[in-house]
Design a protein around this ligand. Structure first.
Ligand SMILES: Cc1ncc(C[n+]2csc(CCOP(=O)(O)OP(=O)(O)O)c2C)c(N)n1
Ligand SMILES: [Mg+2]
Length: 655
């Protein structure tokens, strides 16, 4: 049963009413965008989107992404009206309150029907590129019967103005992601006022030049909207549908102006809007006939899902797809055999190389791993024999050439991880993690399993100099909640870090890896990295000092300890590949590693701020300034990372 065209207007007004009433009740929020895009969203959901409210995690559903996350009431209204269990009307009534899942911006971890967290403008659209890419990759792997869905985006002027938009649409155009459709809320208003205050760009021309198909429509004319979306669906390029709208449409005295963007309409204007729209129902009440129309859409999807379930049950690969979509790894990731191998071979290699060696084993055993690099493949060592190129001609490949698009890559990887069925990892230089930083933060906030392979992790990269030498990066990444930051000391710790990263389905990880070779520190396979920090070497003489270090400085710590022991000063060496995991150990373990009664010293080729947490008023050896251009050995010595310079500081303190 399809909806009569005459019903679309009242259905859209239900979105308008819920949005203005919820924002009014919260006395905060953004009514303009949901009211302006209500007609487009109603046509989209009533004619095009494949979804089943009874199964929000059905893997072959279409993905709907509200990139203009400030318009959160739009997605809350849609989910509620179409019959999802969450949000309830009570949640909507309590929009933006602590007890409600209807947070100020849509959060993927609060509501199953919210595919990803949006609010940082531009990133929803960039994540959508990852969703669309994951869909094509799984389609190529599992076939049309099991994977065949679209990615829909509603984006505002802000999403299209952000720099990441350029990266995202360049990727989507190049990869010919034709199942991606972006509906642009072309209301020509942003917070400060008319868009002509700040832009005069020809957006359709920019999209066309990037390989997109562009349609334009009157965003308040259902027939025109339907025509434009149908044309987008029919075209095999990614599509932008410019929907000319009036922000706050329905609020007679405020529509079309920037004040309706992010403030409640006010009691009088809410009343005026009710009169203007002919909406007589009380706040948070939807007339039964209108609700029935919305619910009928939801019920339609159940048929499509039932048919898919029958196909999936009959398909040879149905279970394998289900495994991947559930985020469950194969029983054997290849880690154990590989760890045994390097415990024996004790390789003396850079940790970026160790990472590549681990990846060879892991990518061979874990087919859902999809790698890539932002044009530093040969430096990040991210490509393996199992991961052939993922291209527009062959989406079954497992390696994405992201180009020089660190932010776009990272946001797209979030989309891939949240789509499910793939475990993305991608590389760049650690120093350029700043370009990607908000997407890394969004991985952590969204509980997305994304692995960032960040190489050239210190002055140890040498001659490229201070622009390329991270100093504050490892420490600043440690400040992001729910992010595991690994700085492994050798091949074994690198392999362990990879295994831990894979085994954490709800956490992103960063691997900070060296350019320069590092000696092997371990011959056991005890997964010590899982504790975050552990005693690599116990004091021989009576213990006077504990030296904690990470990554390339662990070898130096060993050397310093040996020099102290030679003087009869007992020294533990603690390798500390992951602060976050150490902080999660029990108090007894932590106190055993960093005992109260000894001098504690940290060595890390980066800023020292933060190490005091472990060494108290001990000694912090680090680099609180930018590096310099010279060979690595010269720099380490110049900046004080030398046994001969560290030992006297320790003996002086011991008195
Ligand atoms: C990266 C980022 N920068 C700034 C903001 C703050 N902000 C939220 S909405 C908005 C204006 C967006 O304009 P538009 O997309 O046209 O939305 P509309 O006013 O039409 O609803 C801004 C600047 C943000 N959310 N994200
Ligand atoms: Mg706008």
């Amino acid at each position: 049963m399809s909806i009569e065209p005459s019903r679309l207007g009242p259905m859209a007004n239900a979105i308008r009413a819920l949005s203005m009433d919820a924002v009014q009740a919260a006395n905060s929020g953004h009514p303009g965008m949901p009211m302006g895009m209500a007609d487009v969203a109603t046509v989209l959901f009533s004619r095009f989107v494949k979804f089943d409210p009874a199964a929000p995690d059905w893997s072959d559903r279409d993905r709907f992404i509200l990139s203009a996350g400030h318009g959160s009431m739009l997605v809350y209204s849609l989910l509620h009206l179409t019959g999802y269990a969450s949000p309830t009307m009570d949640d909507i009534r309590n929009f933006r309150q602590l007890t409600s899942v209807c947070a100020g911006h849509p959060e993927n971890f609060l509501i199953p029907g919210v595919e990803c967290t949006t609010g940082p403008l531009g990133q929803g659209l960039a994540m959508a590129v990852g969703f669309a890419l994951a869909e094509r990759h799984l389609n190529a792997t599992f076939g049309d019967d099991l994977v065949d869905h679209r990615t829909w985006v509603i984006a505002g002027d802000g999403c299209l103005m952000e720099g990441i938009n350029h990266e995202a649409i360049g990727l989507a155009g190049h990869l010919k992601l034709g199942r991606l459709v972006v509906l642009w809320d072309d209301n020509r208003i942003t917070i400060d006022g008319d868009t002509d205050l700040s832009t005069s760009e020809d957006i359709p021309a920019r999209y066309r030049a990037s390989g997109w198909h562009v349609e334009e429509c009157d965003g308040h004319d259902p027939a025109d909207i339907e025509r434009a979306i149908a044309a987008a669906v029919a075209d095999d390029r990614p599509s932008l549908v410019a929907c000319r709208t009036v922000i706050g449409k329905g609020a007679p005295n405020k529509q079309g102006g920037h004040n309706v963007h992010g403030s409640p309409l006010g009691k009088d204007e809410v009343a005026a809007a009710r009169a203007y729209l002919g909406w007589t129902a009380a706040p948070f009440e939807i007339p039964a006939d209108i609700l029935a129309d919305w619910r009928s859409l939801g019920q339609r999807g159940a048929e499509a899902r039932a048919a898919w379930e029958a196909r999936s049950a009959a398909a040879r690969q149905g279970k394998e797809l289900a495994r991947r979509m559930a985020g469950e790894l194969p029983a054997d990731t290849g880690f154990a055999a590989y760890a045994a191998e390097i415990a024996a071979s004790q390789p003396n290699v850079a940790t970026r190389k160790s990472s590549e060696m681990a990846l060879e084993a892991l990518t061979a055993a874990v087919p859902e791993m999809v790698g890539g690099s932002a044009d530093l493949t040969g430096s990040n060592n991210t490509k393996t024999k199992s991961t052939g190129p993922l291209t527009a001609a062959d989406y079954s490949g497992r390696y994405v050439y992201w180009g020089i698009r660190e932010f776009g890559m990272s946001a797209a990887m979030n989309g891939m991880a949240l789509h499910g069925g793939v475990v993305p990892y991608g590389g760049t230089f650690l120093v350029f993690s700043d370009y990607a930083r908000n997407a890394i933060r969004m991985s952590a906030l969204q509980h997305a399993r994304v692995v960032y392979v960040l190489t050239h992790d210190s002055i140890g990269l040498g001659e490229d100099g201070p622009t390329h030498q991270p100093v504050e990066h490892v420490m600043s990444l440690r400040m992001i909640p729910n992010l595991l930051v690994f700085r492994p000391a050798d091949a074994m710790e690198t392999a362990e870090a990879w295994e831990i990263a894979l085994q954490n389905p709800a956490r992103p990880s960063v691997l900070a890896l060296t350019r320069q070779n590092l000696p092997a520190q371990r011959s056991d396979t005890e997964m010590k990295t899982a504790k975050g920090a552990y005693r690599l070497k116990a004091a021989a003489a009576p213990r006077k000092v504990v030296i904690a270090a990470t990554g390339s400085e662990v070898a130096l710590a060993q050397d310093v300890a040996a020099a102290l022991e030679a003087q009869g000063i007992g020294a533990d060496v603690v390798s500390m590949p992951c602060w976050e995991l150490f902080d999660e150990q029990d108090a007894g373990y932590r106190a055993d590693i960093f005992p109260a009664d000894v001098l504690k010293v940290s060595i890390e080729a980066g800023v020292t701020l933060g190490w005091q947490k472990y060494v108290g008023d001990g000694i912090t050896i680090g680099l609180d300034r930018f590096g310099a251009s010279a060979p690595a050995e010269v720099l380490f010595d110049h900046f004080g990372f030398a046994t001969s310079k560290i030992v006297p500081q320790i003996t002086a303190r011991l008195g």
